[in-house]
Design a protein around this ligand. Structure first.
Ligand code: NAI
Length: 467
């Protein structure tokens, strides 16, 4: 019976490992298959966690170089030790991935090392080097995540033409980097290297950066990034990338006049999105349907077309975010244990961890317009927030969108200091169906950045105090 499980989760990323832990907590016999050699998936190993380490360290370096002197903190010599910076990042990753292994032991989740393949609706085979082991599962959860997408014809070699993975391990600060794609990865990794001294040029297909984001915030974000030294070529489609010995040529066309242009750089970061990773799982053979984008089709219980096989995270529709995958993992585990597993897709926050951060939850103004929803706007700039002012972090604003009739909060969009943490308050408010007035009447500590949220809520009713 050792090889029989109530649930086998394939993939040990934030969706998969959380699902396995929750299932075990609820009394199910759970196993999690992972082939990477360490748990935590893209997020912990080569994504969110190492990038946040470099974002934090490069921001400290940048501040020390450009700002401290103006603030009365003077020193004679500042040196960047990139090896130390990278090993600091690697240590954090190591501690956190091992932490997940510890959580598996604590929660009695069986960790199956190797590549999982689904042979039938109840059979999983795990391949590890030359060995092969069969397992039986009452239920299977596919949580295999996503892999880097590229532009047709462009081969990522992780040396000169890199993905986010290569951008996290450069051993030297490049002189010039072209970033293809002005989305999450392009702007976060572009910021890291720009702060460390690289000339960064972002080539983006659309006429704006960060597609899907509230347009007013996106415009402000671009302005701030330009001020920080990042250059942009919008409305530009990359058509080829040629790897020369010591440099790379990026060819792109202007969408409007179709003019071709070439940029030369020592590194090119390809950040044009990610695609669901569902290869070698045997899905088609066992009858699991995918949509036109290669995502596994699921119902509202996250069941695939084979009803005891579930799918969560980046392999299904929705934003490719670790916390969305975690919520889905928990929902599946709770459904399997007979509870009412549920994910509220209307309240999934998103954060870009640049400086300042950008954070949002709920609807954008563009979405409300297209749905013909009548709304009110309350805005408050960080320039008028005392804590932001004393910290010299005055870029950005809080924008609250509330229903015109009921005052219910429909969306919150923030660009400004620490807003990646502040957005949690807004997600909670929206989960409770808060009105803008509820937020405005909630006492916020002074002096904190969160007062900007209270003031924006007051501004919905046209009565901010400090602006
Ligand atoms: P993205 O979808 O955010 O942005 C890709 C950009 O590339 C788009 O703006 C697109 O218009 C542009 N593009 C596509 N083809 C192009 C071409 N030929 N020439 C020029 N531009 C082109 O994808 P990204 O940044 O690669 O991130 C992948 C996923 O990882 C995202 O879904 C995101 O949710 C997730 N992620 C989340 C982070 C966070 O939560 N902070 C951090 C990093 C990634």
């Amino acid at each position: 019976m050792e090889n029989n499980f109530d649930v086998i989760v394939i993939g040990g990323g934030p969706g998969g490992y959380v699902c396995a832990i929750r299932a075990s907590q609820l009394g199910l016999k759970a196993a999690c298959v992972e082939s990477r050699g360490s748990l935590g998936g893209t997020c912990l190993n080569v994504g969110c966690i190492p990038s946040k380490s470099l974002l934090n360290l490069s921001e400290n370096f940048h501040k020390a170089k450009k700002e401290f002197n103006l603030q009365g903190i003077e020193f004679n010599e500042l040196k960047l030790n990139i090896d130390k910076m990278m090993s600091n990042k690697d240590k954090s990753v190591d501690v956190l991935t091992k932490g997940v292994e510890f959580l598996f032991k604590k929660n009695k989740v069986t960790y199956l090392k190797g590549k999982g393949v689904i042979f039938s609706k109840n059979d999983v085979v795990v391949y590890n080097n030359n060995s092969k082991q069969n397992y039986k599962a009452k239920n299977i959860v596919v949580a295999t995540g996503s892999s880097v997408a590229s532009v047709p014809g462009i081969e990522i070699d992780e040396k000169n033409i890199i993905s986010s993975t290569g951008a996290l391990t450069l051993s030297k600060v490049p002189k010039k980097m072209v970033v293809i794609g002005g989305g999450y990865i392009g702007l976060e990794m572009g910021s890291v290297w720009s702060r460390l001294g690289t000339e960064v040029i972002v080539v983006e297909y659309l006429d704006h950066i960060t597609p899907g984001m509230d347009r007013e915030v996106s415009k402000e974000f671009q302005k701030i990034l330009i001020k920080q030294g990042i250059k942009f070529r919008l409305n530009s489609k990359v058509i080829s990338v040629k790897n020369q010995k010591n440099s790379v040529l990026v060819e792109f066309t202007d969408n409007k006049n179709k003019k071709k242009e070439i940029l030369e750089a020592d590194k090119v970061l390809v950040a044009v999105g990610r695609k669901p990773y569902t290869e070698d799982l045997n899905l088609t053979k066992i009858g699991i349907k995918k949509d036109e984008k290669g995502r596994i089709v699921v119902n509202d219980k996250l069941q695939t077309s084979v009803n005891n096989i579930y799918a969560i995270g980046d392999v299904i529709k929705g934003p490719m975010l670790a916390h969305k995958a975690e919520e889905e993992g928990i929902a599946v585990a709770e459904s399997l244990a007979g509870q009412a597993g549920h994910v509220n897709y209307d309240v999934i926050p998103g954060v870009i961890y640049t400086s300042p951060e950008v954070a949002y939850v709920g609807k954008t103004e563009e979405q409300l317009k297209s749905e013909n929803t009548s709304y009110k706007i309350g805005k408050f700039p960080f320039l008028a927030n005392s804590r932001a002012k004393v910290n010299n972090e005055t870029d950005g604003f809080v924008k609250i969108l509330a229903d015109n009739k009921t005052d219910k909060v429909l969306g919150v969009h923030i660009i400004g200091p620490h807003c990646g943490d502040m957005i949690a308050e807004m997600a909670l408010a929206m989960e409770f169906g808060a009105s803008a007035e509820d937020i405005a009447r909630t006492c916020h500590a002074h002096p904190t950045h969160t007062e900007a949220i209270k003031e924006a809520a007051l501004a919905v009713d046209k009565r901010p105090i400090h602006f």
